[in-house]
Design a protein around this ligand. Structure first.
Ligand SMILES: *Cc1c(COP(=O)(O)O)cnc(C)c1O
Length: 404
């Protein structure tokens, strides 16, 4: 399948080839049309980019560095491995990039309150941070089971001034939280703004979140060329919804010599419910108002998914990744829990960087790829976040295996 130039996508209805679009009730469609119009207007406004760029620089600490990981490279024994350090951003991950963009848009649209769902709490914390900074209210919907599990992030959101709304329906996790947040949003779409946490959901969110994350790729391309005199041979990033991956990839899509790898979580096994490798094992379907590869049962219902990295366990995936898979421009690979934890410790002990388990999936694949590509080649990995949130879980579950 021939790939269309990235700046031509999505089309005016939000489609990337067969994927994306907007499969929502008419009432919500009118709201999304309003957001799309406001976003396209602001996208063309230099003052908006100047304001957001100022926040990236002075508040987030951008540009984040690119770092050559010499000890990890030597241990892998092949291509050189470099990391784009999104873990060094304020709040510790790439999510702040799109949360600030969405919050600023909401403010320009005159909205008073940001709302969103959160699973592990990472999106909730990043959004609560943006809300505090810009003086907006913030309601975060979260399943009661997740509230029990993710206590430190619940505390962070509350300290930042957000309201955490417990959701008691169903399995009391992410899916029910999405439903509850959408319901609350529909009751008052004029004063509230629904801030989606990845390149997913109905148009214009996959476009908008990609544009806000594109800063990662723009910076990394310039930094990498300055450091090495050339483009990388390959890019690697983990894929949950796909925002950190598309952020890095977007600057290089038209550089055909740069290979790209998106890394999905293979969890425990490929049995139903034990992984979240959507592009590897799914087939096209509709979830949360958009079309994409989907892990689904025979009735088309989203399947239960699992990964040790809670930021990666989503049964859908961004529509642009679905499209890039079909065109063959990006290869989608997978790494299981055990391999990710091995990379979590390697990166900690060889480089002094404790990565998020999500990012450790990308690092683990980069080590495999380094061996395959061999010496003289260069791989740039998006280190999407830091692992502070994961240390207790890793010690409890894997500590004994690592002599801790
Ligand atoms: C949320 C999260 C991810 C997964 O989200 P994408 O939209 O796929 O990037 C990856 N890494 C970290 C550190 C996260 O917090």
């Amino acid at each position: 399948m021939k790939r269309i130039q990235q700046d031509q996508l999505p089309d005016s209805k939000g489609f990337f080839g067969d994927y994306g679009g907007s499969f929502i009730p008419p009432q919500l469609q009118a709201v999304m049309d309003g957001i799309a119009a406001a976003y396209l207007k602001i996208k063309a406004d230099p003052a908006f980019h100047e304001e957001l760029g100022g926040l990236y620089k002075h508040y987030v600490g951008r540009p984040s560095p690119v770092f050559r990981a010499d000890r990890l490279t030597r241990s892998a024994g092949g291509a050189e491995i470099y990391f784009k350090r999104e873990d060094l951003n304020h709040t510790g991950a790439h999510k702040i990039n799109h949360c600030l963009g969405e919050a600023l848009l909401a403010k320009k649209m005159g909205r008073k309150k940001l709302i969103a769902e959160t699973g592990a709490g990472q999106h909730g914390v990043a959004l609560a941070t943006a809300a505090a900074l810009l003086g907006l209210e913030c309601d975060i919907y979260m399943g009661e089971v997740d509230i029990q599990k993710e206590h430190p992030n619940v505390s962070r959101m509350k300290i930042l001034g957000a309201k955490v709304v417990p959701v008691a329906a169903g399995r009391q996790t992410l899916k029910e939280a999405v439903d509850a947040a959408f319901e609350a949003y529909l009751k008052d779409p004029e004063t509230q703004f629904y801030a989606i946490g990845s390149v997913v959901g109905p148009h214009p969110f996959p476009l908008m979140v990609r544009d806000f994350q594109a800063v990662v790729g723009r910076e990394a391309k310039k930094q990498f060329v300055e450091m090495t005199g050339a483009l990388p041979d390959a890019l690697v990033a983990c894929v949950g919804g796909g925002s950190n991956a598309i952020g890095l990839f977007s600057a290089f899509l038209d550089d055909e010599a740069v290979a790209m790898y998106g890394v999905e979580p293979a969890g425990i096994s490929f049995k139903d419910g034990e992984h979240a490798a959507t592009l590897t094992k799914g087939r096209p379907g509709v979830i949360h108002g958009f079309r994409c590869y989907l892990l689904q049962d025979d009735q088309g219902q989203p399947m239960k998914v699992y990964s040790a990295a809670s930021g990666l366990d989503y049964p859908g995936v961004g529509p642009e990744h679905s499209y890039l898979k079909d065109t063959g421009r990006v290869s989608y690979e997978y790494i299981n829990d055990a391999e990710a934890i091995e990379a979590f410790f390697s990166l900690s002990r060889l480089e002094g960087i404790i990565p998020a388990i999500e990012s450790a999936h990308a690092a683990a694949y980069a080590v495999k790829l380094a061996k395959k590509l061999g010496k003289g080649k260069k791989i740039l990995v998006n280190l999407s976040g830091r692992g502070d949130k994961d240390v207790d879980f890793v010690i409890e579950k894997y500590g004994a295996a690592y002599g801790l």
